[in-house]
Design a protein. Structure first.
Lengths: 240, 240
DNA sequence: CAACATCATTGGTCTATGCCAATGTTGATC
DNA sequence: GATCAACATTGGCATAGACCAATGATGTTG
């Protein structure tokens, strides 16, 4: 029967608020006190300090480097998605965008890919796996599957860097319709290795299905974005 | 020397994978062993078990209730966003949608709201704060700000439940363009209270700015969605 | 039989502590 | 002066244990 909200606020959450106040006016990169120092200052245990710090790291407010310290994080990068690709988006914001190709090959489609591309399982699909960087920092891990084989795809992609531009210019494939799904996930060892984040960090997992004018699927992509450095923006205009 | 795999992957992550295997073929709602039992079974401490379980809860794979136990979670709800609203989206999927109005009043716009609605600070705006439920379960906390006062807004909204339908039918406001930004956050005490989730759970925070045909902002909304039960879907069609 | 008090169980929070891994500094060596 | 080894510092992982809070079963009582 009793109203009972504030009484129950755990100490680690109060500490989290406290640290937020500490860093409010600090520039990105500024080191904050060590975990052991904070534990002593606020008369608590290092475990409790770590729980507070961990959540602030997961939210993108702090960063930490083992052996170095914990520091104020840089503001989030904003990313715009329309019918454009990653590289176009970045360019439109005046940001330097790069990508590292991890794999570019033709493989047999598995159950998931074939279902989305509406192909029979095992049919050849072109797989393009890339790390996407903005301002030199890895922000996303992206794997795209395209139906069939694309002749001289590698060299053409190397020139442009923009998948959608190559598809349109060299293969006559025009994207007419995309559907994105966004959900949260937590970073595992593979994400840690590829994106340079820490275990358990929140991720935005985006699946994109693109179709051409006739409604035929032409691209199925799974992208993993750093949740701490990223905002997903979609603009929709009424067709009426 | 060292066996390299042990060193690379922390024990809590191995345990996480182990538990994923345990629940792979279990129906939602099935209780898994208690934290103390798991700690004993895998010869580890309860702290380590909790770190593994906590991440699985954050990912929406498990749920837990204090005093009761830890159980397999239900699959995610899919949510479609176009130029539609929450209620329309749910209906199109055959899901029962409700909303609880927490606040419906006229307030002076603060700095953030006035900036987005392109008003002078302090100008009156209509504030509508709601909890959104699907199938009786709270999934989102949503606060919308609309420029000015809307006569008889309360009664009109009560009839329809759909904000966009009311705006169009009763006030002649037609949305022509929306921009959504999506980012991750972690649940604090207020989110815990309103959405019935646990501290530190990942959230999707969506800001929406809607404009009419003339480009005038007509709605600024901040929505907080449960990251564990939700997928954000946006469909974009080419206007070319 | 219904209502209530009791109590064991289970998750939630916190402490205190230890060792490992990565980093950066200090100082010896060439 | 440059190089490299040793060491201190800092975050990362894990243990063992304690107490609290919510839940649900058990048993008592009116």
């Amino acid at each position: 029967m009793s109203s009972d909200v504030d009484q129950a606020t755990p100490k680690y959450y109060l500490l989290k608020t406290e640290v937020l106040g500490l860093i409010a006016n600090l520039r990105p990169g500024t080191l904050i006190p060590t975990e052991r120092a904070l534990a002593e200052k606020y008369a608590t245990s290092r475990t409790t300090v770590r729980q507070a710090i961990s959540e602030l790291v997961a939210e993108g407010k702090l960063g930490r480097i083992q052996g170095h310290g914990t520091f104020v994080a840089a503001p989030k990068v904003t990313h715009v998605r329309q019918l454009t690709s990653f590289s176009d988006d970045a360019r439109s914001q005046g940001l330097r965008s790069d990508s590292t190709v991890l794999a570019l090959d033709v493989v047999g489609s598995d159950a998931e890919v074939s279902a989305h591309l509406e192909l029979d399982q095992g049919k050849p699909v072109t797989r393009l796996e890339r790390i996407r960087l903005i301002e030199g920092e890895p922000l996303a891990h992206e794997t795209a599957w395209l139906p069939g084989k694309l002749p001289r795809f590698k060299s053409k992609l190397a020139n442009s860097g923009s998948l959608y531009a190559v598809l349109a210019a060299d293969y006559g494939i025009r994207i007419a319709d995309v559907e994105d799904t966004v959900e949260t996930a937590l970073a595992g060892p593979a994400d840690v290795r590829l994106l340079g984040i820490e275990m358990g960090a929140p991720l935005l997992v985006v699946h994109r299905l693109a179709r051409d004018v006739g409604g035929t699927p032409v691209e199925w992509t799974r992208s993993t974005f750093r949740g701490d450095r990223f905002r997903f923006v979609s603009r929709v205009k009424s067709g009426n």
